[in-house]
Write a protein that binds this ligand. Structure first.
Ligand SMILES: Nc1nc2c(ncn2[C@@H]2O[C@H](COP(=O)(O)O[C@H]3[C@@H](O)[C@H](n4cnc5c(=O)[nH]c(N)nc54)O[C@@H]3COP(=O)(O)O)[C@@H](O)[C@H]2O)c(=O)[nH]1
Length: 923
């Protein structure tokens, strides 16, 4: 049923008073107007209807229209109608106010209205109105409208077409509303939203600043703007970004003005804003007051100017400035908006800066992690991998994807579920963990690792970060160092430290189980000699070969090198001494085998001393010491044998030790004495020369023969100073005899093996001769065959050096060595002394006779003087005389005598001597 007038009035009253102070909504108005329109249309179609309507009084009409007017004023809403046929329209009073017109002014035509619509909205309004007329459809539009004073206002218009009986749109009616405030808020919100979006999507805020300036400019109607950034270090404000309407005159403004301003700069707008730290407005920048670029602004046509700081947490991160083409007074809303935008952009700037810094530091960290030589693994509390660096993948042979589908327990061989739980518990309690483990690669191989673990927060969740280092090399190095610490580097056998550890342990075990063990102390015989004569390289090779033979001879028993030529063997769980003897013999047999060294065949023997636990000692020190003493006993017993320790040996060893320490002091205490034994010509019976033989006048032990201390001197190195003393003393004595006008006498001095290889031999000998002024041809040096043959090249060199000085060379103990006659020819030899072992059984022993005869014959053919040693009996002298042996030496003529006695002998020898007549050799 159509509402009647009174119903409408009632509704109108309700509209105005529904919510006092609040204007009725546009929807309610439209509803109301539609009903009014329907009532009117009703009356137009059926005049009967009008008749049925109760007559309205004037006062009622006035009341109604004043109510409508009042309600529209409160609502800021005007209503209008337009008759299509007559072109006439009707505006309510509020419409005039909304469009800025006087209520008395004639209502503008549609054309006039269109001209005032904002250029950008004009076409849109036209299209929508035409469509509404064409389709008889309601329209709702919002557009900007230029008021007569130039102000732009946003309005919202709703129109409703009304059709006539023929269905044609004959009339439009509707409302118009001032929505400027809301619209401005919306526009600013949209601008702020755009600014926020631009900042959110950019990588660096400065990049999007031109776009932000453009957005702000288009919202506020500015034509250009710029961002200034403070550079505190340089004391400058720098223009970091600009935007200008694409008009050359406006763009020129930035080209014509400086892009940096010194700080602090009073009049400069940007620096002023920086100082006041809030939005700053210049109604007309071109007028020069407080604006340093006024001239350029005027030239460009820039007037209104706004600058505001970009602030965050009290810090000013930049200044933005904007210019408009019109002088413009400051308005509160814009200032507020500027303040808001400034804060907003400032916060974004700061956040972005933090983000960038964070991203950079993350990238830096990531790069570091990726480049790290260590592996990084991140896994969750259940062990599932969350992240891994490149090294972590390479180290295990898995791809990143493979690892991310695995658990740390798949690779950490020592990490049980229980262990993992324990670790995560500790780590979440904040205790960092360092542990060692073994990791397994994809190919199944394993390697030792060192792991440092700590908690790490990723996206708010706690995970565990493991920094893993492959310590294979370090472990190998440690093993190697450990090996070096416990092994001998030359032979790779265990060393003394290792042997002692094992021995201690073995003694413990044997003591606990009531078993026996044996320590075999092995010393190579004549090693020092080989080393000195053949050189250290040969000595090293010999030791390596001996070590190999020892290891081969002992199946699993511990063999160690103690140093030098000393080795030691541990035999555990021995049953009886035969067992030990068997092993010792096996060792001797293995070592003595021929060894080619420097082109020579060497036969090395060993002396072995044995001590038994528990009989010979209850700890490692006693066992080692007693085995050592037993070894010396084996040496004394002619070498190449083994000896079991006995208490007697200790006493003997103690004696030797005491002897050694007193031998050290024997030279300075002048306890050494030289004895002299003459060499006699068989033909004349005259003493042709003399051999010096050292003795030690020991204060307690009496006169000691060289056999009792020379080996000890050799062993300890004391032979070198001892030999020097002998050489000087013998030469001195020869000089003394000469001084006594005795006939010139050759003196023979024995050279020790060590002395023969001493680098200073030639030098030392020459010095003695020079200092004593002695004729070098009177000196004979005696060396043995073996000394010569061990290093023939060296021998030749030394002998030639001695010969060059005029010294004569004799081969001592000739015949017992293995040198062949052809070998002898290469050496510059003057004298051969036949060893007394051949002489003692001649005549009588055909072999010794033959050898002696051959040596004498060879000497003759090589023009070498032959001396027979150890001649004790007249028949020996006769035998040698018959073979035309030139010289003899032995007790038959004289035992070695002290210098004083030998001097007497020399004087006596000056008288005629009876000699055996030489008989022709029986063939
Ligand atoms: N490096 C040095 N060695 C030296 C020195 N002085 C001696 N020696 C060597 O010591 C060994 C023993 O010497 P010694 O006890 O003096 O014996 C010598 C003679 O006494 C002994 N001899 C001499 N004639 C006879 C004899 O008729 N019968 C017999 N039973 N013995 C005799 O022979 C030794 C001399 O031998 P050699 O030197 O081979 O000519 C001995 O090897 C000495 O070389 C020294 O200062 N430095």
């Amino acid at each position: 049923m159509q509402p009647n007038y009174s119903t409408l009035l009632k509704q109108l009253k309700q509209l105005g008073a529904a919510n006092p102070g609040e204007p009725p909504g546009i929807e309610q108005w439209m509803e109301f107007l539609e009903q009014v329109s329907n009532v009117c249309a009703d009356m137009a179609l059926d005049p009967g209807n009008a008749a049925r309507i109760r007559p309205v009084s004037l006062s009622e009409i006035q009341e109604l229209s004043s109510r409508i007017e009042e309600t529209q004023r409160i609502a800021g809403l005007g209503d209008w109608s337009f008759d299509r046929k007559s072109g006439q329209g009707k505006w309510s009073r509020e419409c005039y106010r909304i469009f800025g017109l006087s209520p008395s002014a004639p209502m503008p035509t549609y054309k006039e209205l269109s001209r005032q619509i904002h250029r950008d909205d004009r076409l849109y309004v036209k299209d929508r109105v035409e469509a509404a007329l064409h389709d008889a459809r309601k329209f709702e539009i919002e557009f900007r409208y230029h008021l007569p004073d130039g102000e732009v206002r946003w309005v919202r218009a709703i129109g409703q077409p009304v059709k006539n009986a023929r269905g044609q749109v004959c009339r439009l009616f509707g409302t118009v509303m001032d929505v400027n405030s809301r619209k401005l808020i919306e526009v600013r919100q949209s601008m702020e939203h755009t600014v926020a979006r631009l900042l959110a999507e950019c990588d660096s805020p400065v990049e999007v600043i031109p776009e932000i300036i453009e957005t702000i400019c288009s919202t506020f109607g500015w034509v250009c703007g710029a961002l200034w950034m403070p550079d505190k270090k340089a004391g400058l404000l720098r223009r970091a970004a600009t935007w200008a309407l694409p008009r050359p005159d406006i763009e020129q403004f930035f080209h014509n003005t400086p892009d940096q301003i010194p700080l602090p700069a009073g009049a400069a707008l940007s620096s002023r804003t920086l100082r006041v730290a809030r939005a700053d407005w210049f109604p007309d920048a071109s007028r020069g007051e407080h604006f340093e670029r006024a001239k350029e602004a005027a030239a460009t046509g820039l007037h209104g100017c706004l600058a505001f700081p970009l602030q965050a947490a009290g810090e000013i991160l930049g200044i933005m400035e904007f210019f408009g083409l019109q002088p413009h007074e400051a308005d509160r809303e814009t200032m507020q908006s500027a303040h808001f935008i400034g804060r907003h952009i400032g916060q974004f700037f700061q956040r972005k800066q933090v983000e960038i810094a964070l991203r950079e530091s993350e990238a830096h960290f990531r790069a570091l992690v990726e480049q790290a030589s260590d592996s990084f693994y991140v896994h969750d509390m259940n062990g599932r991998f969350i992240d891994v660096n490149q090294r972590g993948c390479e180290g295990l042979g898995y791809t990143r994807e493979e690892l991310l589908s695995m658990s740390v327990q798949d690779i950490d061989l020592d990490l049980t579920t229980r262990e993992l739980k324990k670790l995560t518990g500790k780590l979440t309690a904040g205790t960092p963990i360092a542990r060692e483990s073994r990791y397994q690669r994809k190919d199944g191989s394993t390697f030792p690792v060192e792991i440092r673990m700590g908690p790490i927060d990723i996206n708010g969740r706690q995970h565990l970060l493991s920094l893993v280092r492959d310590v294979t090399e370090r472990k190998e190095m440690q093993d190697h160092i450990q090996h070096l610490a416990y092994h001998d580097s030359l032979t790779n056998l265990p060393n003394r430290a290792m042997f002692n550890r094992h021995l201690c342990h073995a003694i413990d075990q044997a003591a606990r189980h009531g078993k026996s063990l044996a320590v075999l102390f092995i010393d190579l015989d004549r090693f020092k000699y080989v080393n000195d004569t053949l050189g250290h390289d040969a000595g090293d090779r010999l030791l390596q070969e001996m070590s190999r033979r020892l290891s081969n001879a002992l199946h699993g028993d511990l063999v160690a090198r103690l140093g030098g030529d000393e080795f030691v063997v541990l035999l555990e769980d021995i049953h009886d001494s035969e067992h030990v003897s068997h092993v010792a013999q096996k060792i001797l047999t293995a070592l003595v085998e021929e060894l080619p060294l420097n082109g020579q065949r060497i036969h090395i023997t060993a002396s072995i001393g044995v001590s038994i636990f528990p009989e010979d000692g209850e700890d490692e020190f006693a066992l080692m010491k007693h085995a050592d003493i037993a070894m010396y006993r084996a040496k004394d017993r002619g070498k190449n044998n083994f000896q079991f320790y006995s208490a007697y040996m200790s006493q003997h060893a103690a004696k030797m030790l005491a002897l050694e320490s007193s031998l050290r002091r024997a030279i300075e205490r002048e306890e050494l004495v030289l004895y002299y034994q003459g060499k006699v010509e068989t033909r004349t019976g005259r003493i042709s020369g003399v051999e010096s033989l050292v003795r030690w006048q020991h204060p307690e032990l009496g006169l000691l023969s060289p056999d009792q201390f020379i080996p000890l001197a050799e062993e300890t190195g004391l032979i070198v100073p001892l030999s020097k003393w002998v050489l000087r003393e013998a030469c001195k004595q020869v000089c003394e005899w000469q001084r006594q006008n005795l006939p010139p006498l050759n003196v023979a001095v024995n050279l020790s093996a060590r002395q023969f290889v001493d680098d200073h031999l030639l030098e030392d000998t020459a010095l003695v001769l020079r200092e004593l002024g002695m004729d070098p041809t009177l000196l004979e040096l005696e060396i043995t065959e073996s000394m010569m043959m061990h290093n023939p090249e060296h021998t030749i060199q030394i002998l030639q050096g001695l010969k060059a000085m005029g010294i004569r060379i004799a081969i001592d103990d000739f015949g017992i060595g293995y040198s062949s006659l052809s070998h002898l020819r290469q050496f510059p030899i003057d004298i051969i002394k036949i060893d007394r072992s051949f002489i003692q059984d001649v005549p009588g022993d055909p072999a010794d006779e033959a050898i002696t005869e051959a040596i004498i014959a060879m000497g003759k053919s090589l023009k070498i003087t032959v001396v027979a040693e150890g001649v004790e009996k007249p028949e020996q002298l006769q035998f040698l005389s018959d073979l035309s042996c030139e010289e003899i030496q032995g007790y038959f003529f004289s035992k070695p005598l002290p210098a004083k006695d030998f001097t007497k002998l020399l004087w006596r020898n000056l008288a005629p001597v009876a000699v055996p007549s030489r008989r022709p050799a029986a063939k």
